[in-house]
Design a protein around this ligand. Sequence first.
Ligand SMILES: [Mn+2]
Length: 440
Amino acid sequence: MSSIDQLYGAHLSDLLARHRQLMQENDLDYLLIPSGAPLKIYLDDMYYPFKSSFLFRTYLPLTEVADSYLIIGLTGKPVLVYYQPVDFWHTPPSDPSGYWPEHFDIQVITEFEQALRYFPENSDRVAVLGEATRLTSRLNKTKQNPSELLNAIYWQRAYKSDYEIECMQQANDKAAYAHRVAELAFRDGKSEQQIHLAYVEATGMLEHQMPYGNIIALNQNCAILHYMECEAKVPELSRSFLIDAGVTVNGYHSDITRTYSAEKNEFSELIDAMEQMQLNCMDSIINGQEYLDLHINAHLQISEILNRFDILSLQPQEAVESGISGAFFPHGLGHLIGLQVHDVGGQFADASGKSNPPPSAHPFLRSTRKMETNMAFTIEPGLYFIDALLSKHRDGKYKQAFNWAKIDALMPFGGIRIEDDIVIKKDGIKNMTREAFAKL
Ligand SMILES: [Mn+2]
């Protein structure tokens, strides 16, 4: 028995115990969880790539199985209604295999409607979790996505089991290897599209199986936070390369960013400074601290770099308080990660789902949770030269504080982001991304 088998067994029994407790607190006898139905392109005979619902994937490592259902009662093995149609047009889902089937009472169906045989009765003691299907919408007495139950599930999801951490570690291991292949393609003078294809091939997966659209940017495109155009043409000069790409393993994601300079120059020194700043930021984490404090501290550290490199003459405190640091670092320091790249519940104040939004000066911060044992986060500070954000300051109140000549010289390099996936442990942090790169 491999370790993932053992870890999954313990993970699932703990998950079921917690969710059954929540079912009792919410007067429920059953949860009915659809994997989801594929979405057809309008007036076409083709479908968008299918990804099963993350609620379904909370229990099962099945990322692409459609029209299946999980039924969880208060006792016994959960029932998995597994749709395996007789289909000569497409490949039907393979027979259940691996470390998970022994934990389920698996009922294979070949006709979509046969799932109804296994559904619990139509009653308010049943909750349907996820997007309604044409079968679940017939159950008009059931509770559809009761928020009290879901919020408690989402709140708990931030705390990862050893199984989940192992899946994310494997997702980091695979991504780190592909990142290395992509870096070599950049050093080899390839186009964004060629680097993108090299990355995907190195993961051993297909493009639609990536956890999110790869961000593969050269030169000034590194300043576009969610750049996905993947230019096919090789640029005349490749100065800089920013890659933000992950891998999915058993439904769990990695989300990794690295930035490279083609040559040793001021931009590469800025990358080194940001790298050191990112490491310091992770070293400074105290178990139980607010993520928001880490984010604000990152603004101070980035402002210190801007000052040290003679890009901005303001002292760090003033750069942050005036909002100027946000012109260089406009996004949040990071987010929860797990079954979703941006895992649910990042802005919850408590298990009831009460909202804890970030302060108005930091609107894009996705996590305002405390950083507690077994929670997984990304740490992804950035420093960019984004014309759309900087241009308004060229005639603004603080225009004298900017070294415009230097900013104009750095603009063709775009920007820097360095992103690791970490887990908070009792005695420090586990950096899944750095561990993965160290194994290469
Ligand atoms: Mn991220």
